[in-house]
Design a protein around this ligand. Structure first.
Ligand code: MN3
Length: 386
């Protein structure tokens, strides 16, 4: 049966890869239809996607560019929604089956919660959703037929390792991390790195926010929290190991000492495709791993003394409640300030730590609490640094 797909954030790295996957699936007998696309403001790219995939509806988050989009030669019979505030209504429609949430940051939360209410399959690339609201999301999932399938490569790996297994027989999850471009740097060396250096990831070609998160190891911290909620596992049973080749995407150790790993080329199209076609596997023509080339796999412990963001994530999960929402908001703003060259690389953990130290925790939070905490945390940092 044809899969009807909606993509949030279609011009970003995951969105672009998802459309490549859709093209490939359609060529390999797995029929997909693009029902809607959303984007913030990359009009030229968005317009090209609209012309090729002919969605029924498109949502442009940046209202000021609506006329530019309409003038770009798209079919004017397509419904065009203007502004992020339409996202909830778009996602609540019954004309599609799978939501690809590839928004970056906290803005991914509201559409995730709405899609859950409407029994959708959610292919989730927006890890911030699970970080800030994992407990609320799991509560919401219990009362619907909705399911979340991870697109994040580590979590897709874990999901694949757990398929066919009894969760009670899991000893621990081993999340692999590339270590980013500054692996082995001292704190002194880290304090001098530039935006340009931080944006050069050794293995993965990704959006700017996640690339900086990879360089600080915050990305792995966010992924520890994401794993905790996706797989309902205590945080002391989630281990992070540096594996610079990014060939093993993550592993699961079972009670008997057996370990399962998922391997592949560092190519997001593989986890994206699996989240769409699960439980099926469909032929692809993506480059395959060649062990005569990728013949060295090394592992080392993360340097949490130098890369402090990873430790913050563990602390936030231990404390529970809204700490992870503060962690995420402070990180999002600190990364934006760094990208805009308003602060240095080593200021990122300082800003996050300061926000966490000044937070009053709420244990049984609701969506409204998260919205307020997110805004408060951001505003406070912006007032100080802008
Ligand atoms: Mn990842």
């Amino acid at each position: 049966m044809k899969k009807r797909i909606g993509i949030l954030g279609s011009t970003g790295s995951i969105g672009t890869n998802t459309l490549e996957v859709v093209r490939s699936l359609n060529n390999n007998g797995f029929e997909c239809e693009i029902v809607f696309l959303s984007c913030n403001n990359s009009i030229e790219k968005f317009s090209g996607q609209i012309k090729e995939f002919k969605p029924k509806t498109v949502l442009l988050h940046n209202k000021n560019k609506i006329q530019e989009l309409k003038n770009s030669g798209i079919d004017l019979s397509i419904e065009v929604l203007a502004g992020y505030e339409n996202i909830k209504e778009l996602v609540s429609r019954d004309n599609y089956d799978i939501l690809i949430n590839s928004l970056v940051g906290f803005i991914g939360l509201v559409p995730t919660l709405e899609a859950i209410k409407h029994d959708k399959r959610i292919a989730l690339a927006n890890k911030e959703t699970m970080v800030v609201a994992g407990e609320l999301i799991n509560r919401s999932l219990k009362v619907t037929k909705s399911e979340i399938l991870p697109i994040d490569s580590e979590h897709s790996a874990i999901f694949q390792c757990l398929t066919g297994e009894n969760p009670a027989e899991v000893n621990k999850i081993i999340l692999t991390a590339s270590g980013g471009p500054f692996r082995g740097y001292s704190p002194e060396e880290l304090s001098k790195v530039t935006v340009e250096q931080a944006l050069k990831h050794p293995n993965w070609n990704m959006g700017n926010k996640i690339t900086i998160d990879s360089a600080t190891l915050m990305n792995k911290g966010l992924e520890v929290i994401e794993a905790k909620w996706l797989f309902n596992i205590e945080v002391n049973r989630i281990e992070v190991i540096i594996h610079p080749q990014s060939i093993i995407h993550s592993m699961v150790e079972f009670k008997d000492g057996s370990i399962k790993a998922q391997l592949g080329m560092p190519d997001m199209k593989i986890p994206i495709q699996y989240a769409i076609t699960y439980p099926e596997r469909i032929q692809s023509n993506y480059p395959k791993l060649d062990f005569s080339v990728s013949n060295t796999l090394i592992f080392e412990k993360p340097d949490t003394g130098t890369f402090r963001c990873l430790g913050f994530a563990y602390e936030c999960i231990e404390k529970g409640g809204t700490y992870s929402a503060v962690l995420n908001a402070a990180n999002e703003i600190a990364v934006a300030l760094f990208l805009n060259k308003k602060i240095g690389f080593s200021d990122i953990p300082v800003i996050i730590e300061d926000s966490l130290n000044n937070h009053e925790n709420i244990l049984n939070y609701e969506l409204q609490d998260l919205l307020e905490i997110d805004k408060f945390t951001r505003d406070k940092i912006i007032r100080k640094y802008n």
